[in-house]
Structures are given as C-alpha cells and as structure tokens.
Write a protein that binds this ligand. Structure first.
Ligand SMILES: [Zn+2]
Length: 240
C-alpha cells in the first residue's frame, strides 16, 4: 500500500478506531468478562480521556479499545499514529525519530517514543509470526571456529540454528526465521517448530529425521523433496 492509499484509509479518527475494533473483535464485540460474553455495547466518550470506552450492556464492564495496544493512554491522535506506523513499519526506507518528528509535527521526545514503541511492537510480532504455506526447513551453524575438515555440520562446537523459509507459489523465498537451539536433537527442535511454522502448512526438508519427526508429532504435512540433490539442498542458505 502506498502513502496516499494509507492516508485515505486511516485518515480519520473514526476510520482508525473502526480498524482497531475489527482487529480486536473480528466477529463483533464480545465482553471480555469471564462468564458474561455479552455482545451488545454502549460507546462512552469521557471528557477527561481521548479514548473511547465500550461498555457491556449486560454486566456494565467497560473496556478501552486501545488497552493493551501501543496507543494506550496516548495523547497523539490515532491518524497521526497510523501515519507513523506507515513510515516506520510499512514504508521500505524506514524513518528516523528526527524525520518522524518533522513529518508528523510532534516534538522529538514524542516522535522518539512512538518510533520506539512501533519498533518494539514489530519485534513482538516477528517473534510470534508463524511461517505458513510451503516452508523449507534446515539447520545451519554459527559462531565458534571450525577446526579443519570433518568439523563442519552436525558434531561441531558451533551453535546450531534452525532455519525456516516460506516460499511463494513461484518458489521464491518470502519470509525467514532463524532460531538458535541447544542441539539438533528431537526435543529442542520440536519445541521451536510449532511456534514458528503453521501446522496446516507443508513442511519440506532435505531429509533430516528431526523435521520428519517434528511434522509427524504435530500432524503436519511433511515432504522430503530435496534429498540427494546438492544444488537444491543448499538453496536454504540463499540470503533473502
Ligand atoms: Zn459483560
């Protein structure tokens, strides 16, 4: 999405709020109180807060739309926040806090805080992000010194890293995750895979048993298609 369509979509307070509402309750409002589950609400705009509250008509519990988000108790208008998100997280070039302050017309400390919060949220999201569709799995080794021939690959003193790359329909790398593991034994690898890879996708590897075992343990579809072809089995290391 380019800047123009972004600002058209998120140009007003109401549009941003509606977006957050849909994100939070995709099937419509549900009261978060245990044992309530009310679906009707009143909207409350209090004079001492910029935030809008949603009050359950059944149990009168009030919930803030922005609670638990990076906009919580903010004094900055939502369209300004959304523009900052575009510049920091969506726009390819990225932006510094100084540039952000100038572009948004806010003070440098405010811009710095917004910049920081958006980057933290991006880090959180990346940590939670699962690769979907067709995912190639492999392992790599980082750090330490490789002492001569025979000390590379499994069995070295380097740290093992599990690597996953999701591929587009055309077979191009799309997203990647790398996660250091204690060892390439079944248990640590099985702990990583379901957090990082969608169980409903297709897992592909060049054959190490741990990935097949991981797929089997989580009932994911696993295909061994790269085995015995040295050019294909190195494809996982192509930088993306
Ligand atoms: Zn309720």
């Amino acid at each position: 999405m380019n800047l123009l369509s972004w600002t058209q979509k998120f140009g007003t307070d109401e549009a941003c709020r509606q977006y957050l509402l849909n994100q939070r309750w995709p099937q419509g409002f549900v009261c978060p109180q245990p044992d309530c589950g009310g679906r009707e609400y009143w909207k409350i705009q209090r004079s001492d807060r910029t935030d809008v509250l949603y009050e359950c008509t059944q149990c009168h519990h009030q919930v803030s739309l922005t609670a638990g988000t990076l906009f919580h108790r903010t004094k900055v208008a939502l369209p300004v926040w959304f523009l900052a998100i575009y510049r920091v997280a969506v726009d390819k070039g990225g932006v510094s806090a100084v540039e952000l302050a100038r572009e948004l017309g806010v003070s440098y400390p405010t811009a710095w805080l917004m910049h920081h919060k958006i980057q933290c949220a991006m880090g959180d999201r990346n940590g939670r992000y699962q690769l979907g569709g067709l995912v190639e799995l492999d392992d790599a080794y980082f750090g330490g010194v490789s002492h001569g021939p025979g000390k590379r690959g499994r069995g070295t003193d380097q740290d093992p890293v599990v690597v996953g790359v999701s591929l587009t329909d055309h077979g191009h790398p799309q997203y990647v995750f790398l996660e250091a593991v204690e060892s390439l034994q079944k248990e640590p690898v099985l702990e990583v895979l379901p957090r990082r890879v969608d169980l409903y996708g297709v897992w592909r590897s060049d054959g190490p048993d741990i990935y097949a075992a991981g797929a089997q343990a989580h009932q994911a579809d696993h295909r061994v298609t790269l085995s015995r072809d040295p050019t294909l089995s190195r494809r996982i290391y192509v930088p993306v």
